[in-house]
Write a protein that binds this ligand. Structure first.
Ligand SMILES: NC(=O)c1ccc[n+]([C@@H]2O[C@H](COP(=O)([O-])OP(=O)(O)OC[C@H]3O[C@@H](n4cnc5c(N)ncnc54)[C@H](OP(=O)(O)O)[C@@H]3O)[C@@H](O)[C@H]2O)c1
Length: 285
């Protein structure tokens, strides 16, 4: 039998952790599905159950009696779509009725950003599974932009003059939490979640410089340079380098430079800007 307990995945990470805290503050009983209970956040009104997406039996057992689940996309890997499919199939087997999935802006089988193709395939699997769903197609996180700056103060990538209207993780969390509280209002809906400030990388570098007090600049690499710099620095496999480089080429293509009305509508206010996010990150240090 199901109750009003919401299952939240990814609570050991940024987005799932914020969603779990927010729902708990509103008094919702939660079941946190975690891979390692030792790393689970300490949140009131929650039970912890172990589950990795790729373990069908553990996931189905963990979701027993649950109606609504928040599914945070897994860490990037070559077999991520299969891992996601297993978890979705487990949710169906457990009798879940609604899934809120963190997808990616521009999810499509031929998306320039290669990881957005995984998200499209996951959306397709959910849509054909019989679960009702809400897809949150998130843009790139503003919170991660400081990590794109090299130790020499330079952001390198083939983004050209492309713009990014990135979004704060906390804004996504606020939206996800309100949807999870009233999922029936959001059945069968795909939301495109961007910030409200399309910035090119020169503007991003200036904003980072102003906030940190250290000079940041942007170097527009060629695609060959981008592959070479990442191959020699990290020795990562090709699919991973393709994902990293296509972050920038997707921004160059214009796919991430527009502002979606969905974010402000769902938040009931303007989304956070890069300067807002950097100010908050500074305050947390
Ligand atoms: N929009 C963007 O710019 C952007 C940037 C980075 C990532 N993402 C995507 O958005 C997701 C959420 O972002 P985030 O910042 O919250 O990421 P995060 O801090 O890395 O957290 C990811 C969470 O997903 C869990 N997880 C990963 N693989 C799993 C699996 N196979 N089975 C069960 N749980 C699994 C992790 O558990 P563990 O703690 O056990 O690893 C962690 O709790 C990421 O996982 C990634 O897919 C988006």
């Amino acid at each position: 039998m199901s109750d009003n307990t919401i299952a939240v995945t990814g609570s050991t990470g940024r987005l799932g952790g914020l969603v779990a805290r927010s729902l708990s503050t509103s008094g919702h009983p939660l079941r946190l599905l975690v891979r390692n209970p030792n790393r689970a956040p300490s949140i009131d009104n929650t039970t912890l159950v172990p589950a990795d997406y790729s373990d069908f039996d553990a996931a189905a057992q963990a979701l027993d009696g649950i109606d609504v689940v928040f599914m945070v996309s897994a860490h990037e890997s070559q077999d991520r779509v299969d891992v996601h499919r297993r978890f979705i199939d487990a949710a169906c087997a457990a009798g879940v009725s609604h899934i809120v999935y963190t997808s990616f802006l521009g999810a499509a089988p031929d998306a320039v950003f290669t990881l957005a193709r995984d998200h499209w395939a996951t959306e397709q699997h959910i849509a054909s599974s019989g679960l009702t769903h809400t897809f949150l197609r998130n843009s790139f996180y503003l919170d991660l932009l400081p990590h794109m700056v090299g130790t020499d103060g330079v952001i390198r990538g083939p983004a050209g003059a492309g713009r990014l209207a990135g979004i704060a993780v906390s804004d996504i969390a606020e939206i996800a939490s309100s949807i999870l509280e009233e999922p029936t209002h959001h059945r069968g809906t795909t939301y495109e979640l961007t910030g409200s400030e399309p910035l090119d990388f020169d503007q991003i570098a200036s904003t980072l410089s102003r906030s940190s007090g250290h000079s940041s600049t942007f170097h527009n690499e060629t695609i060959d340079e981008a592959w070479e710099s990442r191959r020699s620095a990290f020795g990562a496999p090709d699919w991973q380098i393709d994902a990293w480089v296509s972050t920038y080429t997707a921004i160059a293509s214009g796919a991430y430079g527009w502002v979606s009305p969905d974010t402000a509508k769902l938040l009931g206010r303007e989304p956070m800007t890069l300067a807002d996010v950097l100010g908050r990150l500074d305050g947390q240090q």
